[in-house]
Ligand binder design. Structure first.
Ligand SMILES: [Cu+2]
Length: 157
């Protein structure tokens, strides 16, 4: 996970470095000076957060409401081809489906929030520990690349 994250962070830094070198070719040694962190940040990083249940939460048995937030992209209904958009998907006690392929739908386990909603209620969640993964998929349900994902574990008592 950590290795993957640092690989993602390297990409924009590399791009910034190239742009800097190209535009300041005659600036001499100053061109090698560290750039301020806020320099020409292209688009904000895309992320999804499982707001509730929060990591480690204990919730009552029965219906479990999941709420999500996303940043750096627009959540739109499935089928909308607007650039930099997608819709939420949930994997309850299921592994994330393969990258580059449409996410399947499995009742009470793999859920498409294709109406652009940011909350979903799982009914009759069994007592015990559960793992919930949120993934933003594009208009045709393929996970965004790089993957926009969040994971929590929670306990139903
Ligand atoms: Cu979908």
């Amino acid at each position: 996970m950590t290795r993957r994250l640092s690989a993602l962070l390297l990409v924009p830094l590399t791009l910034l470095g190239c742009a800097d070198a190209a535009s300041d070719e005659e600036a001499g040694p100053a061109a090698d000076a560290p750039m301020p962190a806020e320099a020409s940040a292209p688009a904000p990083a895309r992320s999804v957060t499982i707001v509730s249940p929060a990591q480690g939460d204990t919730v009552p048995a029965g219906a479990v409401e999941v709420t999500l937030s996303a940043a750096g992209l627009t959540i739109l209904p499935a089928g909308d081809t607007t650039a930099n958009s997608g819709h939420h998907h949930l994997f309850l006690d299921a592994d994330v489906s393969p990258a580059g392929q449409p996410i399947p739908a499995v009742e009470n386990s793999i859920v498409h929030m294709g109406d652009a909603s940011s909350s979903f209620v799982f009914e009759n969640v069994a007592p015990g520990e559960h793992r919930l993964i949120a993934v933003v998929g594009d208009w045709q349900h393929v996970p965004l690349e790089p993957m926009v994902v969040d994971t929590v574990t929670f306990v139903v008592r």
